[in-house]
Design a protein around this ligand. Structure first.
Ligand SMILES: C[S@@+](CC[C@H](N)C(=O)[O-])C[C@H]1O[C@@H](n2cnc3c(N)ncnc32)[C@H](O)[C@@H]1O
Length: 126
């Protein structure tokens, strides 16, 4: 999921639904010049992510973990015209998220050429 982000990328990357940060750590290591804004709705997981980043020596000024929903974070970022990211990575199973909530924020927020990399989690009935 993070392979499309160039290793020398200096812009901003958004990670939605980062969990405990397995991907955040890899992204921070892969792209040492990128600014990474991470959100996770579960406060405990967000704190685990922060602790893991700190233990790995990642600068909290460069990689910021916000304990809030992707919808809220994207809505706040949408209000700022500048500093749009080229890359948004989402661990949230968008296939089961009500599409009216998250997708419009995503499509309004990103640059015209941005790519969204979304993990696909199959949902089994019953
Ligand atoms: C599949 S897990 C991500 C795993 C993560 N990539 C990792 O490596 O640990 C999906 C995460 O999205 C979070 N999540 C679900 N809905 C969310 C929302 N609306 N906003 C922010 N995070 C959300 C869940 O709490 C969960 O931690």
């Amino acid at each position: 999921m993070i392979a499309p982000v160039p290793q020398d990328y200096r812009g901003r990357v958004i990670e939605l639904g980062a969990g405990s940060g397995a991907l955040t750590l890899r992204l921070a290591a892969r792209c040492p010049q990128a600014r990474i804004l991470v959100c996770e709705i579960n406060r405990s997981l967000a704190q685990v992510n922060r602790s893991n980043l700190a233990a790995a020596g990642v600068d909290s000024g460069r990689v910021e973990v916000v304990a809030d929903s992707a919808e809220t974070v994207l809505a706040q970022l949408c209000r700022k015209a500048s500093d749009k990211p080229d890359f948004i990575i989402s661990g949230i199973p968008l296939g089961i998220s009500p599409p009216t909530r998250l997708w419009p924020s995503l499509t309004r927020f990103v640059k015209p050429c941005a790519r969204a990399h979304v993990c696909s989690v199959p949902v089994f009935p019953g």
